[in-house]
Write a protein that binds this ligand. Structure first.
Ligand code: PMV
Length: 366
């Protein structure tokens, strides 16, 4: 839908900027998970996520015109060259020249940096791909004056982010976003995410996500391989149907402020994601014994304290502890006393629901 052959520089066009464009974009945590895709990065089911704030990527892009046609970049990650990442970026840029034809006319100097340690086991694809996609949309705006309106800009940024990493589509909107067409959600689409924060009940406006690092080693299955494994998973059809029902359930809970229903759906989604991996062929167990110990302790604490605290998981062993900011003191005392002993070097990241990406003067990218 965003293919546009006109976005090409002609001779008389335009003054090239020599100030880098810098975007900071956050990670997100899915409440209802995206797991299974088809075509050009299209989801098999609707997903919904909280946008985070403390786990983010900053990316800066400086561009200049060049003579030779083709993708040309230099790339530094946290101050050092990183050929593996550079190659990924080259492939990604080459795959979107139908959307941004001017990319073959430019040389891009890209620098990127994460707010969290690279080796923490925290997936950075959502924050890094959305940060880069936002830079590309800003370049288009500088060179061609489009997209014109804010709404168009953010929708395109979500679309372009999605082509880099599906879950990145959801990172561009504040607080809460939905990605994937759902018959009962107006405006939802497989191609870009929909901002959804306007539906949040005050109970969910200020929400914390304590990310407990159980293991920082890299995952034994990439999310790309995991999505592909869903094609042969015997429970796939049931899963996609259930995910779409869970989206409705959680939207209802988020709108009405119903903690109990929220907890029930979020925890079921986390365990379902891991069940799907365990029942794929080949099968993967990505939880560690400490993951289960932490989950059990969270449930016991919820029962005994009455605080509406829950857990969710990504495709890995680390545990996201979710709770309203009003319970922050009690839950953090509990984390300190009971959970950190099960984490690698007692490491955790105190994150919370955040306001989405921002264009910045960089403080990470020296
Ligand atoms: O965006 P990808 O392709 O890395 O897939 C992410 C999938 C999960 O993080 C496991 C779930 C989700 O919806 O974010």
């Amino acid at each position: 839908m965003y293919q546009n052959l006109d976005l090409k520089l002609t001779k008389e066009l335009p003054r090239i900027e020599h100030q880098p464009i810098v975007w900071r974009s956050p990670s997100n945590i899915a409440l209802v998970k995206y797991w299974g895709k088809h075509g050009r990065q299209l989801p098999r089911n609707t997903s919904i996520s909280f946008t985070l704030s403390q786990a983010y990527t900053e990316t800066s892009v400086l561009y200049g015109m060049k003579k030779k046609k083709g993708i040309s970049i230099d790339f530094r990650f946290e101050g050092e060259s990183n050929e593996a990442f550079a190659e990924k970026i080259r492939k990604y840029l080459a795959s979107i020249t139908d959307i941004f034809p001017f990319l073959v006319q430019l040389h891009l100097s890209i620098k990127s940096s994460n707010s969290f340690p690279h080796s923490s086991g925290i997936a950075s694809s959502a924050s890094s791909m959305s940060a880069l996609a936002l830079c590309l949309c800003s370049i288009e705006q500088q060179l061609f004056g489009s997209p014109q309106s804010d709404a168009e800009f953010w929708q395109k940024a979500s679309y372009v982010s999605r082509l880099g990493s599906g879950s990145a589509a959801r990172s561009v909107f504040p607080k809460l976003s939905v990605w994937g067409r759902h018959p009962e959600i107006n405006g939802s689409s497989d191609k870009y995410a929909l901002p959804f924060a306007q539906h949040l009940h005050p109970n969910f406006q200020k929400f914390e996500d304590a990310i407990l690092i159980v293991s920082s080693s890299t995952k034994s299955v990439s999310s790309r391989a995991g999505h592909t494994l869903m094609e042969g998973n015997p429970y796939a059809a049931t899963r996609y149907k259930e995910a779409n029902q869970n989206v409705l359930q959680i939207v209802e809970a988020l709108k009405s402020g119903d903690h109990e229903k929220f907890i029930q759906v979020v925890e079921m989604e986390a365990l379902t994601l891991h069940t799907l991996m365990m029942t794929s062929s080949p099968s993967f167990i990505l939880m560690k014994p400490n993951t289960l110990t932490i989950i059990q302790k969270i449930r016991d604490f919820r029962q005994s304290s009455g605080h509406p605290v829950s857990f969710t998981l990504d495709a890995g062993p680390n545990v996201h502890v979710l709770y309203p900011s009003s319970s922050k003191k009690a839950v953090e005392d509990f984390i300190e006393a009971e959970l950190l002993q099960h984490c690698e070097d007692r490491y955790w990241i105190s994150d919370r629901v955040g306001e989405g990406p921002s264009i910045i003067a960089s403080d990470l990218l020296a």
